[in-house]
Design a protein around this ligand. Structure first.
Ligand code: SF4
Length: 215
């Protein structure tokens, strides 16, 4: 099987993807994987993405094609993709292939995981080799932070995995972009929220499609 025909189970339709300033440095296209085996907290802010069934299954080549389509039609210069969940490492092979493919387009890759960086090195070295930024650790509602860059709670850590991002550059990007949420109204009337908000600010979760970066 070609690496491009490997399938990834997403928590949302591929047609919904769009760039935001809320999911890491620069304009980035966020993805949410479907399924989380870690179940680290009873206060997970992405409960819709916990079950390993359901969702939308697409091949890596389909996803890369959708990314290229967004880039061609976006008024913004897209810097990279961000993979959230669910737990992306539950589908580590597919995410690795996807990251490798988008890097070949010149895009950067940002991985959120409920695992620690040590655990990721032990279990998912191939994926880390294709990753520019890692946000590790689970979301702890007791340590929610309004100021921690692109993370929900201050126990989580942002790691630059290579030479693409320097710490000072990331700090400057976060100062420019701030902690924000992006709300998108789709042509069919559905709306989605992505980015970092106070947990208390999310209401009507069951009736809305909410993509939340806090984890
Ligand atoms: S916070 Fe992340 S790792 Fe924890 S249960 Fe939710 S999706 Fe899974």
């Amino acid at each position: 099987m070609s690496s491009l025909t490997v399938e990834l189970r997403l928590g949302h339709p591929l047609e919904d993807i769009h760039p935001t300033l809320s999911n890491g440095p620069g304009w980035r296209i966020p993805f949410w994987t479907q399924g989380c085996s870690l179940r680290c907290t009873a206060h997970c802010l992405n409960p819709n993405f916990l079950e390993p069934s359901g969702g939308w299954i697409r091949t890596v080549v389909d996803i890369v094609g959708a990314i290229q389509n967004v880039i061609e039609n976006s008024p913004h210069s897209v810097e990279g993709i961000t993979m959230l969940g669910g737990e992306p490492t539950d589908q580590a092979e597919a995410v690795t292939f996807l990251f490798r493919a988008v890097r070949s387009l010149g895009l950067s890759t940002f991985l959120y995981s409920g695992m620690s960086l040590d655990q990721l090195y032990r279990r998912h070295g191939a994926l880390l080799a294709e990753t520019d930024l890692v946000m590790d650790g689970h979301f702890d509602p007791k340590r929610y932070s309004e100021t921690a860059s692109w993370r929900g709670s201050d126990n989580q850590r942002l790691h630059s995995m290579g030479s693409r991002y320097e710490g000072a550059e990331l700090d400057a990007a976060f100062r420019r972009q701030g902690k924000s949420a992006s709300v998108r109204l789709a042509p069919n009337g559905a709306f989605s929220i992505s980015g970092l908000q106070s947990p208390k600010s999310l209401v009507h979760r069951s009736s809305q499609k909410v993509h939340q970066s806090v984890r």
